[in-house]
Design a protein around this ligand. Structure first.
Ligand SMILES: *Cc1c(COP(=O)(O)O)cnc(C)c1O
Length: 462
């Protein structure tokens, strides 16, 4: 391979490569940052910068970069059997072993796995399973799925229809019918007229109100992430999940916990549902399943749905060429084996999570920070123009994007969701690296504040 300069690569990139979730023209003018290699929690770009990856790639590189054991697992499996499908009465050892392993880790009522290639495909699968389930049960009219505004469940048409991202809906035209959205438990953004606990209950009440308005006989399932990730690392008030559980039980509505981000240790348990004591009927997973080294997703299927599909359903006309891909499955298995051997989930719960919570909360004293929050190794802070009132910066300033760009220029990947700054670092991050992350974040906040100075409320007599 010939050595190409940054400028050459950027030119070719803007000439031929349409990036995901990107304003193609604007990026073409600016030029992409080119990431060339990575090690541990650090990524390196083609200009020689070393950057602390506070987002674990895209919420997925939980074991960090450069894990030879995963490379080895992929190499070995590629040599042995690079591909075979699981259609037509065949399978292979990696798919079988991974299915068994996942059921061993999942709550005890979950004993079946359906493999997909991604989180979006997992949520497409969820929609089909949920509707198929009620049809088999003789209730085809029980088909509506309730989701939440600002939810992210993927970018296929079913995925984005289940999601509640208004800009995605607007660009897509008619969505998959039979999906409803209710308010999200985003206290800082939408609930500050109430106490967090009261607001959590109101959000659960909104689900019940919608069920009653639609008729419980028409509602199949409720889908949500235990902690919303792409929506802005939104940790719900403690009152939310217990109240939601009660509502769903009262009207016999299936619970789908989207574990694509929360799964595999992010919240200090194997699954986020376990942190909140949820008993989901279906759990879509992806991302951390393979630490992002290869694309793989799945739906973990609880006994209630699985047994109905198996015993009464006949052939289920659904699946993907790469469902249970042997190389991806082998890497996922090795990933889980390493997580177990290194005690990563317990470390997040008992040590790194509490440590991050303490250090991250220190940023609360910053003049443009209105709130910090974290759980396990996911966290966010809210940028505000007026610390006393919590008033936001004017939208036209794009304060979040500004802060994100300043972070990147100064050696830290931190993502912006509106004016919420989000972190989700690799689970192998050390305490020292958490210190470094917080230091870099504070420096970026200082610089963001400096550049937005004339828009920031002076602390008069707060
Ligand atoms: C990323 C994500 C998805 C979609 O996964 P892809 O692999 O990108 O298709 C679905 N749900 C949640 C919660 C996600 O974060």
């Amino acid at each position: 391979m010939t050595h190409q300069t940054t400028a050459e690569l950027q030119r070719l990139d803007s000439a031929h490569h349409m990036h995901p979730f990107t304003d193609f023209k604007a990026l073409g003018e600016e030029g992409s940052r080119i990431i060339t290699h990575a090690e541990g929690v650090y990524i390196h770009d083609s200009e020689g910068n070393c950057i602390l990856d506070g987002m674990a790639g895209l919420w997925c590189v939980n074991l960090g970069y450069g894990r030879e054991e995963l490379v080895e697992a992929a190499t070995q499996q590629m040599r042995e059997l690079p591909f075979y499908n699981n259609f037509f009465k065949t399978t292979h050892p990696p798919a079988v072993k991974l299915a068994e392993k996942l059921c061993q880790l999942a709550p005890s009522h979950i004993n079946r796995v359906f493999f997909t290639g991604s989180g979006s495909e997992a949520n497409d699968t969820v929609l089909r399973m949920v509707r198929r389930y009620w049809t088999i049960k003789g209730k085809p009219e029980k088909h509506i799925v309730i989701s939440r505004e600002n939810a992210y469940h993927g970018s296929t048409v079913a995925g984005l229809s289940l999601g509640g991202m208004a800009p995605m809906h607007e660009q897509t035209g008619p969505l998959v019918p039979g999906i409803e959205h209710v308010r999200q438990p985003y206290w800082f953004g939408e609930g500050r007229d109430h106490s967090p606990e009261e607001f959590g209950r109101l959000c659960a009440q909104a689900i019940e109100d919608r069920i009653l308005a639609l008729g419980a006989d028409n509602v199949a399932a409720f889908i949500a992430e235990p902690v919303q990730g792409a929506g802005g690392a939104i940790v719900p008030p403690e009152s939310y999940w217990p109240a939601v559980k009660d509502v769903l039980a009262k009207y016999d509505i299936l619970l789908v916990a989207d574990e694509v981000i929360c799964g595999f240790g992010r919240l200090g348990e194997w699954f986020g549902s376990q942190h909140y004591g949820l008993k989901p009927d279906l759990m879509p997973i992806a991302k951390g399943l393979s630490s992002g080294y290869l694309p793989i997703g799945a739906v973990l299927v609880g006994d209630r749905v699985a047994e109905t599909l198996i015993d009464e359903g006949g052939e289920f006309f659904h699946g993907f060429t790469y469902s249970g891909h042997p190389v991806c499955a082998a890497v996922a298995l090795k990933n889980i084996e390493l997580m177990e051997a290194e005690g990563i989930v317990d470390k997040v719960r008992d040590d790194l999570g509490p440590y991050l919570a303490r250090r991250w909360a220190e940023l609360n004293d910053h003049p443009i920070v209105g709130e910090t929050r974290s759980l396990g190794l996911i966290g966010a802070l809210e940028l505000v123009a007026n610390k006393a009132s919590g008033e936001r910066f004017d939208k036209s300033l794009s304060a979040g994007n500004l802060c994100r760009d300043i972070c990147f220029e100064n050696g830290l990947v931190m993502r912006s969701v509106g004016d919420a700054m989000v972190i989700s670092p690799p689970l192998v991050i050390t305490r020292e690296q958490i210190d470094e992350l917080v230091t870099l974040a504070r420096r970026a906040l200082d610089e963001t504040a400096r550049r937005l100075e004339k828009h920031t409320a002076k602390e008069v007599n707060a």
